[in-house]
Design a binder for this molecule. Sequence first.
Ligand code: COA
Length: 335
Amino acid sequence: MHHIEVVSQLEGPHLAQLPELVDAATRADGHEPIGEHKFLRLKRGGDLGVAVLAFEERRLAGYAHTLTFGEGDGRRVSCEFVVHPDLRRRGVGRMLLSHALMHAVSQGAARIDAWAYNDAPASAHLAAQFGFAPARRLYHLHRHAGAQADAPDGPPAPAPSGARPTGPLGLRPFRPGEDDGRWLALNNRIFASHPENGAWTLDDLRARMAQPWFAPRDFLLLEAEGRLAGFCWVKVDERGDDGRVGEIYVIGVAPEQRGRGFARFLLTTALGHMATRGARTAAVYVDATNAPALALYEAAGFHRHHVDICYTRDLRVAGHGTAGPARPDEAQAAA
Ligand SMILES: CC(C)(COP(=O)(O)OP(=O)(O)OC[C@H]1O[C@@H](n2cnc3c(N)ncnc32)[C@H](O)[C@@H]1OP(=O)(O)O)[C@@H](O)C(=O)NCCC(=O)NCCS
């Protein structure tokens, strides 16, 4: 027997069983089921987000969370969800997705996106049942950590030559409190057209800096001619069977500084740095349409490990959403 709780802030009782659910799913599926961004926002509360918790008796059987982006016609809801590996094929996933859909409709969203990590037949099937279609692909790329593809312990990359004639080039760790404002301004400029990464606030940055994995020495800022020109933020953490992984959490170069070798320099330096931090594997997530970044990583020896798929459903289409509301029984009818 299931019961559902929908909350706009995750607090003690909700969080009690969540780590066990996430760990069990990560072990069973080989990847984390939910992303950090929505989760941190829900812990903070006050955003347009909800968490949906499905209980079987008192046990947490499944979890979904949503975040609402944009306004008016452009308003969309993005969601992620996970069902405990011991409790799959019992309708929990359908129930979670139904509630996420109802929430999106109640928000007046034009669209709902659902992320399927390491796209599996179960996600593809459920997505199709609910009228979702694949929209975005996110590649997970891996390689070994180390300064160079063919020589992990080799010397660091030379500084990009393009910077030398016009002035000094500086690479240094991020200084929390001091660099926050200008880093945010550059990040939001670099990712201006990105659906999630281009509207970071100080609270978003502070929430990351409060994470156990955060270390300023892993967050490299590149200055050229006295101005912030780019950055490479590395996240080093333990990931089950993969051991210690160094993730290129975010890398970016100011639009006016591109094509000077800065990203290659940052990436090579970061790969060497993560090796000194004990990471054996380097990982990065990149949108399948981001040709410059894919070329950068492939040239540095990264290969495709797996793909996440973002499924989307238009809620303005008659019979799907606002014109024909999503109901918990909708999935049963579709099944
Ligand atoms: C991707 C990005 C970091 C590249 O920065 P950059 O400083 O211009 O890159 P570099 O000059 O160091 O180029 C290094 C390599 O990247 C690839 N590359 C860079 N720009 C490219 C472009 N416009 N088209 C194709 N490949 C490109 C090439 O392989 C290049 O090597 P090459 O010059 O020998 O061909 C930059 O475009 C950026 O900040 N984009 C927005 C943020 C982003 O998408 N980050 C990655 C998220 S996963």
